[in-house]
Design a protein around this ligand. Structure first.
Ligand code: CP3
Length: 343
């Protein structure tokens, strides 16, 4: 069985399998060339041949144990009828949802496939073309994180507009979370039918939900999505990433039914081994900046994470996506260190 699937089933392996968030990305010259060929980032996401090509690039270059579908968490917003574009050097821009009218203008959960069809085609190409030992990961954004972009129309430092709508018009906010929860189930289910072997749910802004809000808008939607996916696809392994959840990482897998919890790099690995890995597989959590700076600090930090999680199931990864200024040779050094080949 593929190493990632073994770790997700709870096996402690002598060497942790490894992949990397944003492994297909701007730090690679071959990615930048293919993106230019596609025209821009969104055109690349919706071009199945080229999206499959950039997914495969880091597999060819490094032999990662998993490939993650090349797409974006905001495509589902577009599939629901939001406008979406990317400002070069700045990030995503969307039409905004400020009240009931914005919500009513959206499409239904079953209307998303017309827009997202090319993504499923990318998955089908990848399941044919990936090496037999490489696991194919599909993904979506968690409802709260996608809602923060749909409400604000862009990324925000503190998710202020989404918190404001939650206070000012709870009904609209909750209906948006519900719609996203249901659409995400359909979206991920279609990815699995196309050939995704593992699903990852990215809740990048989970850390800004406190107290009962964390339960209602991070934990509960994840639980609903995971239960629905596992009912339709028995045995499907699911990784949850409630980024910056801090002490709420503890118990998250038990409460949601996730097979693995991905840890951001603010989490101490020894703490996570004692409090999170006790419930099953963990993924993470090297600080991405080490791939910019490299050298002995990269080797030491990598070894420390491998050692801290060596007593249980672990998938090595970064704590967040690799940045465009990272050196591709440092990625090689990280992989060699994890696999024990480095001096
Ligand atoms: O390699 C992979 O990890 C798979 C593809 C992937 C992308 N985005 C490609 C991408 C995945 C899994 C994502 C997830 C994603 N997208 C998240 C959750 C993870 C996280 O980073 O917290 C979020 C919040 C987004 C939304 C998004 N997409 C933002 C805020 C931005 C701009 C910031 C940035 O890094 O540029 C993007 C753009 C984006 N998504 C790029 C890539 C490769 C860069 C765009 C480009 O190539 O021009």
């Amino acid at each position: 069985m593929k190493t990632i699937l073994r770790a997700l089933r709870g096996e402690t392996l002598p060497t942790p399998p490894i992949w990397m968030m944003r492994q297909a990305g701007r730090y690679l010259p071959e990615y930048r060339a293919t993106r230019a060929q596609a025209g821009d980032f969104l055109k690349l996401c919706y071009n199945p041949e080229l999206a499959a090509e950039v997914t495969l690039q880091p597999i060819r270059r490094y032999g990662f144990d998993a490939a993650i579908l090349f797409a974006d968490i905001l495509l589902i917003a577009q599939a629901l009828g939001a406008e979406l574009w990317f400002e070069t050097g700045e990030g995503p821009r969307l039409s905004t949802i400020t009240g009931p009218d914005g919500l009513r203008a959206l499409k239904g959960k079953d209307d998303i496939h017309a827009t997202l069809g090319p993504v499923y085609e990318t998955v089908r190409i990848l399941s044919r073309e990936l090496p037999r030992e490489t696991t194919l990961i599909g993904f979506a954004g968690a409802p709260w994180t996608v809602a923060t972009y749909m409400i604000a129309g862009r990324g925000t430092p503190d998710q202020g507009p989404a918190h404001a709508l939650k206070s000012a018009d709870r009904a609209t906010f909750e209906a948006l979370i519900d719609l996203l929860t249901e659409a995400t189930i359909e979206y991920l289910s279609a990815q699995v039918e196309a050939g995704a072997e593992v699903i990852k749910l990215f809740d990048s802004w989970a850390g800004s939900l406190k107290g009962a809000d964390f339960d209602d808008f991070a934990l509960q939607p994840a639980k609903r999505i995971i239960a629905a996916l596992k009912a339709r696809h028995p045995g499907l392994p699911i990784i949850a990433f409630p980024r910056e959840a801090k002490e709420r990482y503890e118990g998250f897998a038990r409460a949601t039914g996730a097979d693995c919890v991905a840890l951001d790099n603010s989490v101490d690995a020894a703490w996570a081994a004692a409090h999170v890995q006790v419930d099953g597989c963990v993924q993470g959590n090297l600080t991405p900046h080490h791939l910019v700076t490299g050298g002995q600090p990269l080797v030491d930090a990598t070894r420390e994470i491998v050692r801290a999680f060596s007593g249980g199931p672990h998938i090595f990864n970064l704590g967040h996506g690799i940045t465009p200024d990272a050196d591709p040779e440092n990625v090689r050094l990280m992989i060699e260190t994890v696999r024990g080949a480095a001096a």
